[in-house]
Design a protein around this ligand. Structure first.
Ligand code: 0PR
Length: 349
């Protein structure tokens, strides 16, 4: 029987994941059979996970971070909402987020019996005034997005953290995708910039680790303890993760990627990706398309649906925003020569 080949990245412009760094690929293979969900048995991967959390703390301005390597941004967001719900004293909890928040918050709300209230964005960013109108005594969490899924835009995190704390709620920042690009920008988004309580930052997106490697970070241990359940028959006595058996490959590859790339490698990658995004934005604008100016390496433009379909039929993997714009994510595997042939195909149309 012929083995299936994984798809190559040559025409992938839609993904928020990328080819793992060679060191990350290597580490993932070596740790395939380990389970950080059982740290009493798999000690070396458990030690690596502490290292992963420490490195994630460096990326996010937290000198003394707590957290763990999750299966992805979805799990990290669900767990952040769970922390906020568990620590609050209300029978009718709600979470306030911008409409740009990832759909994993809808899953979190459904699973956790929390009401999700979303406020419209202004210029693709959260509008603190609109969100404040949705906050009340039962608000347990205010969500800020640092690198939105559709446009790559960054919410005003300090203002949203103030909004959260004035209401006695937690502030969660979803930097699942943007977290490894934002350190090289002027944005205020992390633990050192504002009173952020919890954060999602995924090594398996811009971090160039192998899937699955998401990240949940919290400001203090007490927040993580909100998730603890007893585990009577394991050597460890409690567990804070959502899943039980977990991927040691994800953990090991996250450490390998961050050790190889933090910080100069990520900085160079950010510069190259941002240059590519700006180059593409300029080419699209020159062809008369309305372009959403890239804030991080993601370009959205008003290409017609038939045009996008034609590009797809030529093998280009591009997606559309909810508003119908074509969206290109300039991940590390997206090179200038790829974008040149993409634009050439666009011109043919
Ligand atoms: N938060 C943000 C800001 C995200 O963009 C995403 C995923 C998540 C949370 C959830 O993360 P996980 O998918 O790791 O649970 N954003 C992309 C999306 O859902 C993920 C993606 C990845 C899409 C690879 C396509 C792809 O090829 O659209």
């Amino acid at each position: 029987m012929q083995l299936a080949e994984p798809q190559d990245f040559e025409r992938v412009l839609s993904s928020m994941c990328t080819e793992p760094h060679p060191a990350a690929r290597d580490a993932a293979e070596r740790f395939l059979a380990t389970n950080p969900g059982d740290p009493g048995t798999y000690e070396s991967v458990a030690t690596l996970e502490e290292r992963a959390v420490g490195l994630l703390g460096e990326v996010t301005g937290h000198p003394d971070p707590e957290g763990y390597v999750a299966s992805g941004g979805t799990e990290a967001n669900i767990q952040a909402v769970r922390i906020a719900r568990n620590r609050a004293d209300t029978d009718d909890p709600n979470v306030v987020a911008p409409t740009s928040a990832h759909f994993s918050f809808t899953k979190a709300a459904d699973l956790l019996g929390v009401e999700l209230r979303t406020a419209p964005t202004t210029d693709h960013r959260a509008d603190p005034a609109a969100m404040s109108r949705l906050v009340d005594d039962d608000t347990v969490c205010v969500v800020a997005v640092a690198g939105s899924t559709e446009y790559g835009y960054v919410d005003p995190v300090p203002a949203l953290a103030d909004l959260a704390h004035d209401a006695g709620a937690l502030c969660h920042v979803d930097a699942a995708w943007g977290g490894f690009a934002l350190p090289f920008t002027d944005h205020e988004w992390h633990f050192g910039h504002a009173d952020v309580d919890t954060m999602t930052i995924d090594p398996h997106k811009m971090g160039q680790a192998a899937i699955p490697a998401g990240g949940l970070l919290v400001r203090s241990r007490a927040l993580l303890d909100e998730l603890a359940i007893q585990t009577p028959y394991l050597e460890s006595t409690s567990q804070v993760t959502l899943t039980g058996t977990r991927s040691g490959a994800g953990v090991a590859s996250a450490v390998a990627a961050m050790e190889a790339l933090w910080s100069e490698g990520y900085r160079e990658q950010y510069r190259a990706s941002m240059d590519n995004a700006e180059w593409l934005a300029d080419r699209l604008a020159a062809r008369g398309h309305a372009v959403v100016e890239p804030e991080l390496p993601l370009v959205a433009a008003d290409l017609s649906v038939p045009m996008t379909e034609e590009l797809r039929s030529r093998g280009w993997r591009v997606t559309k925003t909810g508003a119908g714009e074509m969206r290109v994510v300039c991940m590390p595997h997206v090179t200038r020569s790829m974008l040149r042939s993409f634009v050439a195909d666009l011109d043919w149309y």
